[in-house]
Design a binder for this molecule. Structure first.
Ligand code: SF4
Length: 309
């Protein structure tokens, strides 16, 4: 049942610069989780370090502000302990594509049911605008003393190679469309990425709202592009067109659902196969103490469940 978005708003003062794309992302999160009717008790937002990490203070839930690059491993622990929670990771491109890049790949390999919202503004905003991994080569933003000589990473292509089964791209100022993408990503069973292009008006004076508006378009307005995989055979057939679409980033930048594989089993489904009963009695619901004394050692939680597949 849908709830009011105000049910998810905390009392914390929102500390972002005027005009920051983060506001659009935050509003889209509020409206997505409220329309999905997710109880704040069943929501966990896990963030890394960066302007995006502050989202964990602004959305009501069982949240965690983790170390730089470590939002995904923390979120993985949360999700494995209680697979019934809706777990959303928020992080910037510096956090998730830089220091946290290995964890980003590991989540795709596992296809654990977590939604990653990548606040993609191509700079390290919190530390005064250094070049981040998604900043294209030869761009010189105002905080750089010379143009960036690194090539940029493409998060959606990396996610595809890593094994994410839902990949979308949104734009922070298009909150209606972004809200719908977040809702679909949260409902998806498996690792989901929404790469959110986001102007940073304070430090990225090149990739502005005008820069994005001149390039972005929605793939569902283009005839013939179908990102959904319903059978393994369909993957073989559609993979080249999907990979080509994911690679597109330059004069034209595609938005919307870019890839949605509905055939691959999630990590929880695999765990259930080797640990029957995992989903009905996950670790978070099991008693670990009795009369103040440890009753079950954490290492023993799964011991009686493991079966050879
Ligand atoms: Fe937003 Fe950039 Fe300011 Fe950070 S530095 S709050 S990303 S405008």
């Amino acid at each position: 049942m849908a709830r009011s978005w105000l049910d998810y708003k905390t009392q914390a003062w929102v500390q972002w610069c005027p005009g920051c794309g983060d506001f659009g992302i935050l509003n889209s999160i509020y409206r997505a989780v409220s329309e999905l009717g997710i109880d704040p008790e069943n929501l966990a937002v896990v963030g890394g370090i960066g302007c995006s990490g502050r989202t964990t203070y602004y959305v009501k839930g069982s949240n965690f502000h983790a170390l730089h690059g470590r939002a995904i491993p923390v979120a993985t622990g949360v999700k494995l302990a209680n697979p019934h929670l809706n777990v959303i990771v928020v992080g910037g491109d510096g956090d998730l594509m830089g220091i946290g890049g290995g964890h980003f790949v590991a989540l795709g390999r596992r296809n654990l049911n977590i939604t990653v919202l990548l606040f993609d503004n191509a700079v390290y905003g919190l530390t005064k605008g250094q070049a981040a991994p998604t900043l294209p080569a030869w761009i010189k933003t105002k905080a750089l003393s010379m143009p960036n000589i690194h090539d940029n990473i493409n998060p959606v292509l990396l996610a595809f190679a890593a094994g994410y089964t839902f990949i979308a791209r949104g734009y922070a100022y298009h909150t209606q469309q972004l809200k719908e993408l977040i809702k679909t990503a949260v409902r998806h069973r498996g690792a989901a990425l929404v790469d959110i292009l986001q102007p940073c008006p304070t430090y990225n004076n090149i990739m502005t709202n005008k820069w994005y508006e001149e390039r972005i378009y929605y793939v569902d307005q283009e005839e013939g592009y179908d990102p959904i995989i319903r059978t393994p055979e369909e993957f073989q057939k559609k993979a080249p067109a999907i990979a080509a679409k994911l690679m597109e980033f330059g004069d034209r930048i595609p938005l919307g659902i870019l890839y949605w594989n509905q055939t691959r089993e999630s990590f929880e489904e695999r765990l259930e196969k080797i640990m029957p009963g995992y989903m009905s009695a996950p670790p978070a619901t099991r008693r670990i103490e009795l009369e103040g004394k440890p009753f079950l050692h954490p290492f023993d939680i799964f011991k009686d469940r493991l079966v050879t597949p």
